[in-house]
Design a protein around this ligand. Structure first.
Ligand SMILES: [Zn+2]
Ligand SMILES: [Zn+2]
Length: 882
């Protein structure tokens, strides 16, 4: 083994070897149970960030664990075409060349997109390999592969034929910058300060008027009614009458609708069915006309009269100004409200009525709610189920058409001659109604999430009935951050139920976000992002992986500290060094059969502890308690194994003549081999490299057998060693606290009723002498005079003071300390007695001085007491000598 562990050299070499040996490839084996995870497909525009690193480390830990447990494991990787994100990148790049989409046309644009995918799409896959991900790369998929595209078409046609996909005029969220619709889940709400404008709408003959309150006066040009609550006594007499819409001079009715909140503003609201989702619904109920006044680019259109052509916010300003001049603006108030923004570009969303494709959600949501209620799918942690139910129970129809080119084109065709619409799996060339060949395909593409919703089965070959699909579906766990539960998880659940008749996974394991050391989100704008690849380059993938998962608990965010990465790099080195040390002293191989009667209590102790560790780590991993498992492994390896057992075993290991020398070698090798296996899913590289250097009988840890607990348990030995460790640690602490030189080896006096410890003293005392630097270990019934005591859980340990300190030296030190403190007290007293200081100095300085004064006096008192004790000790000693 190399003197120093060098992750850079080891990681690339081992990963290549694993790939060559096809360890990650899942070969269907009906004698084994399958265990399947599908990767949340990263966007082809993506670069590995800490969120991916955490997400994929968790998946890799689970997969490696299950692979070692003997499951036929498949971790299916792939990427998402990410229509909106990718299209934006390409449009941006074309802009540099002075080109637009329209200038080059759909076909040329798609050529560029595929080229972009070819060049950059594999980048994140290569980065996942650096992390050590044990995906089955032979099964890598892409959402726009031929097979997956067929699945998309199949689903669209099936749902359309079932009446679950329809085309309709609906209120949609429109992003004027991305120039496409976006789904409800893609709208991010943010509190914004705005104004609430109160506008007077007079009657035609000016005999009455109403005042409406609105945050968006520019939409008033599209008002087709004003509404009041039917129970509102203030306005009852006006229901059914009309008012004149200012600036436009259009007469609109006053209607009554329960939706109107009597408490909001004046209790009268304007109704703009074309630009507000609630107004849209009121409009439907009352059969109101729709007047669109804002276009798809966020500008006022021809219906906006003199404001036509103005940008929506400019128009707002002008409208307010004009209303003021007409005396129709009653007042404006500051107002904070939630404004929807595009999740991609942060532009304020414009609700628009538009002809779009929708998925009817209610019939799909119901079974998806049921499977979670029945526990067929479990969310971990459970609290996310509530959020899921809340979302699913209030779900609206899903707008799936996007005005983009990169993506799955909607398989609907129209006839120009008879307006016939045809939805088809195959390309339509001839109208089914009139026979005309003047047909064209829908220009829009599908929402990216439409294809990723099918990911757990489309990747396995659906709609073909493949072997893979039969064997690996349903998958076992879906590992994801909480931010895409609605985008993705919910849609996979109803899609799996609808098309496969079975839920797509059994568990949804939710993890949090990786934040920076101060708890802030990592972001480009803050510049606080840490590149996982740089961390891997510097400290190795193992250190990064272990840092990401230590201490995590499902659903909660974590903080990323570079110091922890360093500490975990040191952890890898610690194991490396322990293994090197052992190898240098090892002359047995794996065929050695120990004589267990030669085990001493330390061997029985470490084997019992190993057994417990195996049992607990296995159980933790089964329950997805990855953070807890990692911590237990760290503690066992660092403390119990390296710091204690290896230290305790050294004298025998060095003594080749010792009768149990080979038994100790055997135990060291057994414990190390087992902890390497347990740690392998977390730190795959360093563990494999060590394992292959040790005497070993399996080809590789990747495909080795997960350790099994042997129910090896020796309660007495555990207790003796724990008591021993407690004693050694306490003596060491005492020595550090009192600055006792390591050369000084005091006798210790143990007072205890613990029968086991008394009986086995002959066994453990050698360890205390050697590891705590102690002279004789004596038993004592009474308290030795002038001694310090160390209270233990099983007795008391006394050490005579004179054995650990040089009285003269200590007297001199304490006397000097006393003099120094007296000077400080005098100085402080004088200062605080000075009226000028107390009056003129800032209060903070005076308070600090008072605090100092108090502290000096306390320390002085304690030093004086120590001196007194020491002087008494000196007198006693002189008397003893006489
Ligand atoms: Zn946008
Ligand atoms: Zn036709």
């Amino acid at each position: 083994m190399q003197k120093v562990y060098n992750p850079k050299e080891v990681e690339d070499r081992l990963y290549k070897m694993w790939l060559e040996k096809k360890y990650f490839h899942a070969k269907i084996d009906y004698s084994k149970k399958p265990f399947t995870i599908v990767i949340p497909p990263p966007n082809i525009t993506g670069q590995l960030h800490m969120g991916h690193a955490l997400n994929n480390t968790i998946q890799d830990i689970l997969i490696r664990f299950k692979r070692m447990q003997g499951y036929c494991t498949l971790w299916l990787p792939g990427t998402d075409h990410a229509s909106i994100a990718t299209e934006a990148k390409i449009v941006e790049k074309m802009k540099e060349e002075g080109l637009t989409k329209e200038m080059i046309g759909r076909e040329k644009f798609l050529e560029r997109a595929w080229e972009w995918k070819r060049v950059y799409g594999g980048r994140i896959i290569e980065q996942l390999k650096k992390l050590g991900a044990s995906c089955d790369w032979d099964r890598e998929r892409f959402t726009m592969d031929e097979g997956l595209s067929n699945a998309v078409k199949e689903v669209f046609v099936r749902l359309y034929e079932k009446g679950l996909i329809y085309k309709g005029e609906r209120m949609i969220n429109w992003c004027p910058t991305c120039h496409t619709t976006i789904s409800d889940a893609e709208v991010e709400y943010e509190e914004k300060k705005g104004k609430l404008y109160y506008i007077k709408y007079p009657a035609k003959d000016n005999s009455y008027y109403v005042v409406v309150a609105t945050t968006r006066p520019e939409t008033m040009l599209g008002d087709t009614a004003v509404a009041v609550n039917p129970n509102d006594q203030r306005y009852k007499h006006l229901i059914g009458k009309t008012v004149v819409l200012p600036l436009v001079n259009r007469e609109i009715p006053i209607i009554a609708d329960d939706y109107v909140d009597m408490e909001f503003g004046t209790g009268v609201v304007k109704i703009t069915p074309a630009h507000d989702p609630n107004d849209f619904e009121i409009g439907q109920r009352h059969n109101l006309p729709m007047v669109q006044v804002i276009d798809t680019k966020g500008y006022m259109n021809e219906n906006a009269g003199k404001y036509a052509g103005q940008e929506r916010y400019a128009a707002r300003k002008n409208i307010v100004k004009d209303l003021k001049e007409l005396g129709l603006l009653v007042k404006e108030e500051d107002y904070t409200h939630n404004v929807g923004h595009c999740y991609r570009c942060s532009t304020v969303i414009e609700p628009l009525v538009s002809k779009q494709w929708f998925v009817k959600m209610k019939p799909l949501a119901e079974p998806a709610i049921r499977v979670v209620k029945e526990g067929k799918i479990k969310f971990i942690p459970e609290r996310f189920e509530k959020i899921y139910f809340n979302w699913m129970e209030n779900i609206k129809d899903w707008c799936i058409s996007r005005q983009l080119w990169w993506g799955h084109r909607i398989p609907a065709y129209y006839c120009r001659d008879c307006e016939n619409m045809m939805v088809s799996r195959e390309e339509v060339k001839v109208c089914s109604k009139c026979g005309s060949s003047n047909v064209y395909q829908d220009e829009d593409t599908l929402d990216t999430w439409f294809s990723s919703a099918l990911w757990p089965f489309s990747t396995l070959g659906w709609p073909e009935e493949t072997e893979d699909l039969k064997y690996f579906y349903p998958t076992d766990v879906l590992v994801t951050a909480y931010d895409i539960i609605f985008f993705w998880v919910a849609r996979m659940i109803f899609s799996g139920l609808e098309h496969m008749g079975k839920e797509p996974f059994k568990y949804v394991l939710i993890h949090g976000i990786v934040r920076d050391a101060q708890g802030r989100k990592m972001s480009k704008s803050l510049g606080n992002g840490i590149d996982p690849l740089e961390v891997i380059e510097k400290y190795g993938a193992d250190a990064l992986r272990f840092t990401l998962v230590t201490g995590i608990s499902p659903g909660n965010d974590t903080r990323f500290h570079m110091e922890k990465v360093e500490a975990n790099r040191n952890f890898a080195n610690k194991i490396w060094n322990a293994a090197r040390f052992m190898l240098m002293n090892l002359d047995i191989d794996t065929s050695f059969k120990p004589d267990e009667s030669k085990f001493t209590f330390t061997e029985r102790w470490i084997l019992s502890r190993l057994d417990t560790l195996i049992r607990e780590v296995t159980e933790n991993l089964e329950k997805f308690e990855i953070g807890i498992a990692a911590q237990k492994l760290y503690d066992f390896i660092w403390d119990e194994f390296c710091d204690w057992y290896i230290e305790m075993s050294k004298p025998i290991l060095y003594n080749k003549e010792a009768e149990n020398n080979k038994e100790v070698q055997y135990v060291l090798l057994t414990v190390l081999t087992n902890v390497l296996k347990l740690l392998h899913p977390f730190m795959p590289f360093v563990t494999e490299e060590i394992y292959l250097n040790l005497p070993h009988d399996e080809e590789s840890l990747v495909i080795s057998k997960w350790p099994e607990a042997k129910c090896y348990y020796s309660a007495d030995d555990i207790r003796v060693v724990e008591n021993l460790i407690e004693l050694i640690k306490s003596i060491r602490n005492m020595k550090t606290e009192r600055n006792v030189s390591p050369k000084i080896k005091p006798n210790i006096y143990i007072q205890t009723n613990d029968k086991l410890m008394l009986e086995q003293k002959y066994l453990w005392e050698v360890y205390v002498k050697r590891l705590a630097g102690v002279g004789e270990v004596l038993l004592s019934e009474k308290v030795p005079e002038n001694s310090i005591s160390i209270v233990l859980s099983w007795g008391v340990c006394y050490i005579k003071l004179k054995d650990i300190i040089d009285i003269e030296e200590e007297l001199k030190r304490l006397t000097e300390e006393k003099e120094r403190l007296i000077k400080e007290v005098e100085r402080s007293e004088k200062l605080l007695g000075n009226e000028n200081f107390v009056k003129k100095a800032p209060q903070k300085v005076v308070d600090e001085e008072k605090e100092k004064y108090k502290k000096y006096r306390q320390i002085l008192k304690s030093v004086e007491e120590q001196l007194d004790r020491l002087l008494k000790l000196k007198r006693d000693e002189i008397r003893d000598e006489l």
